[in-house]
Design a protein around this ligand. Structure first.
Ligand code: PMP
Length: 361
């Protein structure tokens, strides 16, 4: 919100009422920034060199990121028109929601989940329908299917769920999609897919392999596992008709040449980057186990973050972490999310979490 004097230009009231995007606080030199689910590793030198070599700053980028789409299509055994690239997967989410919904339409998603979902629905002018998570902080897919009405246009399923951590199981997702009308778009948001180690977890690309579910679109990103959050590049895989519609809502040329070059170079170095991902997943498991041993009720953690259900104490607990140089993300009244960061941060998180749990009522 600004203090500038009001002017008569009419802004849509629902847009004027939106809160500003809340970003994890930047860390000072002494602190660990564990508030935005970022990758703690710096980009590989080869990726940085590829960006420097590929980008002509005075030229526009390729509007549909053809080279990257071709590469992803080959990587996942799809056709090029089944792949869409956007400036981060959040921008593709916005495109998909806008492509299928407007005023009077409903978008279903679990809550609590990714904070952008309510915002996307408002911007599209659609109505958000939220379905509470289960006790284990999982999606309640039966309740989500039961929430479908003739006005439902899209359902967003987040696996692993940000910020709570559990995955949706493959069999459950399969049954869920069969229960949902085929004219409803199902968006499977797999921003953290590469960190998943649960063999029963849904894998969107396996679901799509059967060509049975043309209404499912899978979203992935280079921001998390591949460490390119600052460059903004993500992708969707799904039916060409849905992706064409999403593309029609796109602000042209929003994927930069630097982002495309970095994504291509990251795919060249995929083995090395996925070895880092395995290390982060092991670190996550150590962190979650340690927190459970300290008495915390941590739900299944399958992303690059863990969830502490701190309820009414969330802001106070986050402040205790903050004072110790650990910047975490509180969700007022609900819990705090701690990203899996540098190796050295794990012992520190465990130390503070153990002291906090003793002080909780
Ligand atoms: N989906 C989920 C569940 C996320 O947590 C995030 C990032 N926090 C995104 C999508 C968007 O990621 P990006 O736009 O960087 O690809």
């Amino acid at each position: 919100m600004t203090d500038a004097p009001d002017i008569p230009v009419r802004v849509r009231p629902e847009i004027a009422a939106l809160p500003a995007y809340r970003q994890g606080r930047q860390a000072g030199a002494e602190a660990f920034k564990l508030s935005s689910n970022e990758n703690p590793y710096a980009p590989l030198p080869g990726v940085q060199e590829a960006v420097a070599a590929a980008v002509e700053f005075n030229r526009y980028p390729d509007a549909t990121a053809t080279a990257l789409r071709e590469r992803l299509a080959a990587r996942f055994g799809r056709t090029v028109d089944e792949v869409h690239v956007g400036a981060g997967s959040v921008s593709i989410l916005a495109q998909l929601v806008q492509a299928v919904s407007g005023p009077g339409d409903e978008i279903i998603y679990a809550w609590r989940s990714f904070e952008a979902y309510p915002w996307l629905a408002v911007v599209a002018g659609a109505t958000a329908v939220t379905v509470p998570l289960t006790d284990g902080a999982r999606h309640d897919l039966d309740a989500m299917a039961a929430a479908v009405t003739p006005r439902t246009r899209a359902i967003i399923v987040c696996s692993p769920n940000n910020p709570t951590g559990p995955v949706v199981r493959h069999d459950d997702f399969d049954a869920f999609v069969r229960a949902v009308p085929s004219d409803v778009l199902v968006i499977l948001d797999e921003a953290y897919a590469e960190f998943v180690t649960d063999p029963d977890a849904v894998d969107g690309l396996r679901v799509l392999g059967g060509e049975e579910f043309p209404n499912v679109v899978v979203l992935r990103t280079f921001s998390k596992a591949f460490g390119l959050a600052g460059l903004r590049v993500g992708y969707a895989i799904g039916h060409p008709r849905i992706l064409d519609a999403a593309r029609s809502t796109t602000i042209p040329l929003s994927v930069t040449a630097a982002a495309e070059a970095a994504a291509l170079a990251s795919l060249d170095a995929e083995d090395e980057l996925l070895a880092r991902v395995r290390e982060i997943a092991e670190r996550r498991d150590r962190l979650a186990d340690g927190l459970r041993e300290a008495g915390w009720d941590v739900p299944q953690a399958q992303g690059n973050f863990v969830w502490l259900p701190t309820g009414a104490e969330s802001l106070a607990v986050a402040a205790a972490f903050d004072a110790a140089g650990l910047i975490v993300r509180p969700f007022d009244g609900d819990g705090i999310r701690i990203s899996v960061g540098e190796h050295e941060s794990v012992a520190k998180v465990l130390e503070i979490a153990a002291s906090v749990v003793r002080d909780l009522p």
